[in-house]
Design a protein around this ligand. Sequence first.
Ligand code: SF4
Length: 151
Amino acid sequence: MHRIYENDDITVFWDSGKCVHSRNCVMGAPDNFNVNKKPWVNLENADVAKVWQALDKCPDKALSCVYNHDIKVLLEEDNCRSAAYDAGKKIGECDYKINGETITMFHTEVDPEYGGKSIAKRLAYKVIEMAEKKKLTINPTCSYVAKILQE
Ligand code: SF4
């Protein structure tokens, strides 16, 4: 299971397949990670440094975190894509098509000028999370998405 959690400053990714339930995250930042709540990750009013320190102790990087750099990433289901925006300008997207119970994720691209900011990962996770919640089978013909799902 892949989940994405955001606030204005940071994005946290969770890959449940890598979680060994060490609870280091819960102990390190109990205000933000609470397995008794849904969602179990809450970044509202988060102390970013504390979240980051807690995630540093996550074995196998089941949880990871990136800064948003003021880039917004939205799921736009009407357009069958997630899209990244810098002050309203679209600078990346992850495209898919749904056929029955299968979602084919076929293209992920970010303007090279915005490289190194993990925007592609945010774009892919938005779609993967949606697909998993809808119990769709993911067909990752986009090599970047395939890599994320195989990590
Ligand atoms: S620290 Fe990582 S491995 Fe441990 S419970 Fe949290 S997410 Fe899972």
